[in-house]
Design a protein around this ligand. Structure first.
Ligand code: SAH
Length: 256
């Protein structure tokens, strides 16, 4: 079940931090590391800091964009050294861990996303995540070392996982799975949907590309909260396709 959880590091500058993150993960039972355009990897410093977690490094997947890193995931949680970077559903590390473990146990793929040492995650990257998590550090000195932040969240995931092991045989898992019709839409499917939605809203004149007024981020937040499953996704896509036809002036068939 912990295999359903991936740690994504975006644009890491120091290979030592990648090694440190790998070690922190393995200590806590996590193994899936995804690196988005690391500046320097593979590197001797990474292996040195991993000290024994070389398998996590050698299995690490290197990709070109956050979008690629999230393929197959149905929930992404972005980390931020600041308490509120942009208005978004915010979790503390403990809530983050229990949500992550609950969803991973139901078979969903989850990503925990970490930012650059100097600049964190961009607003665009943060908006790709369903939730944000902030480690409640000293407000006057709030930014942890990247590998230390990975350690704190991985530890919380382990604690939540251990607690779930102790609970009556996987009841939680069934609850989450039973509460929906089928598999959740993945983040890549959601991205295609947001693209389609945006085009449709432009087609019908609801969205002015010159003055977007934060409409798409707001809609992302709305749909991101909704745990859209695959059947619901094809309904939404179908509605958009028909809306576009009407906007183009094509005759439409009344169904039913
Ligand atoms: N100057 C950057 C700091 C980035 S620290 C900024 O202001 O955003 C590098 C990364 O470590 C962050 O992107 C985040 O992934 C993680 N991190 C550091 N401190 C954190 C905290 N208090 N809570 C959550 N994540 C944190």
């Amino acid at each position: 079940m912990l295999q359903n959880i991936r740690v994504v590091l975006v644009n890491t500058s120091h290979p030592g931090n990648i090694g440190g993150a790998a070690r922190a993960m393995k200590n806590m039972g996590l193994s899936r590391l995804v690196l988005v355009q690391p500046l320097d990897f593979p590197a001797a410093d990474a292996s040195a800091r991993a000290s024994g977690a070389d398998d996590v490094l050698s299995n690490a997947i290197v990709v070109d964009s956050l979008e690629q890193a999230l393929v197959g995931c149905s929930m992404a949680i972005g980390t931020s050294a600041r308490e509120r970077s942009i208005p978004w559903p915010l979790l503390d590390p403990r809530e983050c861990a229990s949500k992550t473990v609950e969803r991973a146990a139901a078979g969903d793929e989850i990503a925990l996303v970490f930012g650059r040492e100097h600049a964190g995650l961009t607003n665009d990257e943060l908006q790709r995540c369903h939730f944000h998590v902030h480690i409640p550090s000293n407000p006057d000195f709030s930014s942890l070392n990247l590998a230390a932040a990975v350690q704190v969240l991985s530890y919380e995931v382990r604690m939540a996982w251990l607690a779930a092991q102790g609970e009556a045989g996987g009841e939680q898992k069934q609850d989450v799975a039973a509460s929906r019709n089928g598999e959740l839409a993945t983040l890549d499917e959601m991205e295609l949907f947001y693209d389609h939605l945006e085009k449709t809203l432009v087609d019908i004149g609801f969205l002015d590309p010159e003055k977007p007024r934060h409409l798409m981020p707001r809609l992302r937040r709305l749909y991101g909260r909704s745990e859209v499953d695959r059947t619901e996704m094809s309904i939404l896509r179908g509605i958009l396709t028909e809306t576009q036809k009407v906007a183009r002036g094509e005759p439409y068939k009344r169904k039913g």
